[in-house]
Design a protein around this ligand. Structure first.
Ligand code: CP
Length: 343
């Protein structure tokens, strides 16, 4: 299939709450759309597919990448994003999440929210008439997962089939780890959570990975044995301090993770793969979970990964606004015409 044709030409679901609700073909559609739009824009093309469309962004927690990538994505597609920061709207003070969802759904075309608790994003989706995108909850980080998979596709190990690719998430089983387990196994890869037993990935998420592996190949395991590092194609880590709204004290988490689970030059060498790539969702606590030498070094794809948050958000807003196939048709037409891209 070319980059211009989606398997599902209309969205299969109203909302993007959790990647685990989507099958491989649906995720591949979003990735295909995101990458094709990226190429078109990087080559100087302009799109107006979201003209006059508005995205309400509700943040219960701070954010750099998620906020900026959605805002820029909407701008680049001819639409607008509203940043509804904590304290700026009635939510949480004088208005329920259900009523907020109803009102925003009457005024805006889409809602994206970063929430403290996963139930809040479920409530927003239930009570809003418009698509709702999860910008991270305590359960999962699906938009990060799309950007991560795009980055893995961009840095695909030469000559390997997906069933030969090993993705290791090191350290704390954060919501990013959960989504990576789902996404990597959904693409048929081998997923390993390498971390201490008291921070291991939940059985629920490991079973989601194992069920994916039955359908698509690959595997999903947890281990605290460093022997797992050998043969890794991707080493991924996240911060050790836990959820933003209930951070663990540094002395506690350092006891659990340091030095064994720090991604440093020795860990990269232990993969015995000269082409291994390092990934981090960011923000990073430099020289805690990852050393400067790795984050800034030749194996790091973390900055490409950060940029791919924007790649993913463009694809996601187009897909869930039902503008995915129309946009791809337009891009194809422009390419075939060989002329200047216009709206
Ligand atoms: N990775 C990520 O979600 O970054 P922000 O917290 O800055 O949005």
């Amino acid at each position: 299939m070319d980059g211009y044709t989606l398997t599902h030409t209309t969205p299969t679901r109203k909302d993007f709450i959790d990647t685990a609700n989507f099958d491989q073909s649906e995720i591949l559609d979003i990735i295909r759309l995101s990458r094709t739009v990226r190429s078109f824009i990087k080559e100087g093309g302009y799109l107006n597919s979201m003209y006059h469309k508005s995205l309400a962004m509700i943040f219960e927690q701070k954010s750099t990448r998620t906020r900026v990538s959605f805002e820029v994505a909407m701008l680049q597609l001819g639409g607008h994003a509203l940043n509804l920061a904590p304290g700026a709207i009635q939510l949480g003070a004088h208005e329920t999440i259900q009523d907020t969802a109803r009102v925003l759904g009457r005024m805006c075309d889409m809602i994206m929210s970063r929430v403290d608790r996963h139930d809040s994003i479920e409530q927003l989706a239930k009570y809003s008439e418009v698509p709702v995108i999860n910008g991270m909850s305590d359960r999962c980080h699906p938009t990060q997962g799309v950007g991560d998979m795009i980055t893995i596709f961009d840095h695909w190990p030469a000559g390997k089939h997906s069933n030969q690719i090993k993705v290791i998430f090191v350290g704390d089983a954060t919501q990013v780890c959960n989504t990576l387990c789902d996404m990597s196994t959904k693409m048929g890869m081998h997923f390993v959570h390498y971390g201490p037993e008291n921070h291991k990935i939940s059985d629920e998420w490991l079973n989601i990975g194992k069920e994916n592996a039955k359908k698509y190949g690959g595997s999903a395991i947890w281990t605290d044995d460093p022997a797992c590092l050998e043969g890794a194609d991707f080493i991924y880590t996240d911060v050790w301090y836990g959820l933003y709204d209930k951070e663990t004290p540094k002395e506690e988490y350092m006891k659990d993770f340091y030095p064994k689970y720090q991604v440093n030059d020795e860990m990269i060498a232990a993969t015995k793969n000269p082409n291994v790539k390092f990934l981090h969702c960011l923000p990073a606590s430099r020289n805690e979970e990852v050393t400067d030498s790795v984050l800034d070094g030749p194996h790091s794809a973390a900055w490409d990964e950060a940029e791919n948050r924007l790649t993913a958000q463009r694809g996601l807003v187009l897909y869930f606004d039902n503008m995915g196939q129309t946009t791809l048709d337009y891009i194809k037409e422009q390419k075939e015409a060989g002329g200047e891209a216009q709206v």
